[in-house]
Each structure stands twice: as structure tokens, then as C-alpha cells.
Design a protein around this ligand. Structure first.
Ligand code: BLA
Length: 244
């Protein structure tokens, strides 16, 4: 379902950037679940380049039961631009949920004008993908922008509307990076280090995927995947005790 999105991201990344592989902890690169009657696989890829310190994406293929494409791009710490977040999910072909955003590190007016307002033009073209749905797991005011794509949709819209919207957002993101002024002050860079780390902590604690991963691959693998790969700068202490 979302394979063309993954392939497009790969082509774009290799076209624009000098990518190096970034290691994924042993055992977390892929997994296969034989639980239940449906076979499920998850596979992940991770790269870095001078502009992006971590580019990760994962694909869950459980046939008709579930297809998920999830990705986060973390800019190098000397760029204050938002993170690029993608979460496309399809369950039983009927329930399709798509989320894509430039995930802001800060919420002040200067930041928003610079990095979020440019998304507006694209968002306005794809109104049917911006449904203002209520968030149950996350807080829409933390690390989400007001021009995110967030929709419950169908497979036809995925092909005809989401794909072009995705291409436009990606293209804007590369442009935003190209126009961004690298930070040079150690304090300014440290502020990004902290903000990106807080993003990982917040995301690891809220991630609604924990249940999905656990059901396929077990709780132990899920916890490792979340804290050692997806959001590796988060510390698991607070949460694992909360979950027990
Ligand atoms: C929702 N994301 C979800 C849900 C799941 C995942 C299972 C709940 C779907 C439901 O309502 O039934 C799945 N999340 C994953 C998977 C991974 C993951 C498989 O991290 C990792 C491989 N989520 C992100 C990113 C964004 C994001 C980068 O990981 C940003 C674009 C958004 N996912 C997002 C949002 C929701 C969601 C906004 C709705 C959650 C809510 O209602 O609060």
C-alpha cells in the first residue's frame, strides 16, 4: 500500500544527499512474527548525512491486516528546522490513517512564520487530507504544526491525493533545509540538542504503536525498538515503570 512512498523517499534522499548508513542495533533492523494466522514483518532503514543526523523509516507488512510506513528525519543539531514526520497506516484495508508534518521544535511566532507558514499553500490544496481530527494519544500543540496532514481516508485518496501532497511536502522540506542558516553559537546548537531529545522522550512515551509492536513481536522487543532505535535519545526509566 505505501511501498511507493518508501521508494520515493529513498530516491529523493539518494538524489539530494550524500547518505551513509547509520547503524541499527542488532536484532532491531527487522523482525518476523508468526503469531496468530497472519505473518507480519517489520523492516527498518537508517541513514545520516551532513545535513541530517538521523533519517529513519520502517515498514510493517502484515498483508491485508496491516501496512504501515513510518519515518522521522532529524536535522543535524546546527539546523533549527522542524523534524519531518510521516506515519501512514492501513488496517484491514478499511481503516486508513495518514499523518505527515513538519514537526516544530518551538512554538514562538518567529519560528512558526519561518518554518510552518510555508506549508500552508500545500495544505490548502489538499484540504481533504487535513481533517482536524482529535488526537487521543498526542497533544496537537506539542511537536505538531497547524498545517499537518491528518486524515482518515481510503486507498484511492492515498494514490491520487496523498502521493502528490507527500511529494510537495518533501520538496518543500528539502528547500527549507537548503535555505536554512546553519547555527554557529554553541548555546543555539545546544538548544536544538535539548529540543530534539525532548521530542524523542515525548514521542517514546506517547507512541501509540507500542501495543501494535507488542502484539506482533512481544513486549520486550517493542520496548527495545522504541527506546534503542525509534526514539533512542529518550530514556526509558519513567515509562517502563509506568507501563508495568
Ligand atoms: C497514530 N501511529 C498511530 C497509531 C499507530 C501508529 C498504531 C494509532 C492508530 C489508531 O488510531 O488506531 C503506529 N507509530 C506507529 C508505528 C510507528 C510509530 C508503526 O511510531 C513506528 C514504526 N506518529 C509518528 C510520527 C508522526 C505520528 C513521526 O510516529 C508524525 C507525523 C503521528 N500517529 C501520529 C498521530 C496519530 C498516530 C498524530 C494519531 C494519534 C492520536 O490520535 O493522538
Amino acid at each position: 500500500m505505501f511501498a511507493p512512498f518508501k521508494e520515493y523517499l529513498e530516491e529523493e534522499l539518494f538524489k539530494h544527499f550524500d547518505l551513509r548508513s547509520r547503524s541499527i542495533p542488532v536484532g532491531l533492523e527487522s523482525n518476523v512474527s508468526e503469531r496468530g494466522k497472519n505473518r507480519a514483518t517489520i523492516q527498518s532503514w537508517c541513514y545520516q548525512c551532513p545535513q541530517f543526523r538521523k533519517i529513519r523509516y520502517s515498514y510493517i507488512d502484515a498483508g491485508e491486516t496491516a501496512q504501515v510506513f513510518n519515518s522521522v528525519i532529524y536535522p543535524a543539531h546546527h539546523y533549527d528546522i522542524p523534524l519531518l514526520g510521516v506515519d501512514f497506516l492501513s488496517f484491514g484495508k478499511k481503516k486508513i490513517l495518514v499523518v505527515m508534518d513538519f514537526q516544530p521544535l518551538f512554538r514562538d511566532r518567529t519560528y512558526t512564520d519561518k518554518y510552518i507558514e510555508p506549508m500552508r499553500k500545500i495544505r490548502d490544496k489538499y484540504n481533504e487530507l487535513a481533517q482536524n481530527l482529535e488526537m487521543k494519544f498526542y497533544d496537537a500543540n506539542q511537536y505538531f504544526s497547524k498545517y499537518l496532514l491528518f486524515a482518515k481516508t481510503d486507498s484511492e485518496t492515498v494514490v491520487n491525493r496523498l502521493f502528490p501532497a507527500y511529494q510537495e511536502y518533501l520538496s518543500l522540506y528539502w528547500q527549507m533545509l537548503a535555505d536554512a542558516e546553519p547555527l554557529t553559537e554553541p548555546e543555539a546548537i545546544q538548544r536544538i540538542v535539548t529540543a530534539q531529545k525532548e521530542y524523542d522522550q515525548y514521542s517514546a512515551e506517547r507512541d501509540p504503536a507500542h501495543g501494535l509492536f507488542s502484539s506482533y513481536f512481544g513486549a520486550e522487543w517493542s520496548e527495545k525498538f522504541l527506546y534503542e532505535f525509534l526514539f533512542e535519545d529518550a530514556s526509558p526509566l519513567a515509562v517502563s515503570s509506568a507501563r508495568k
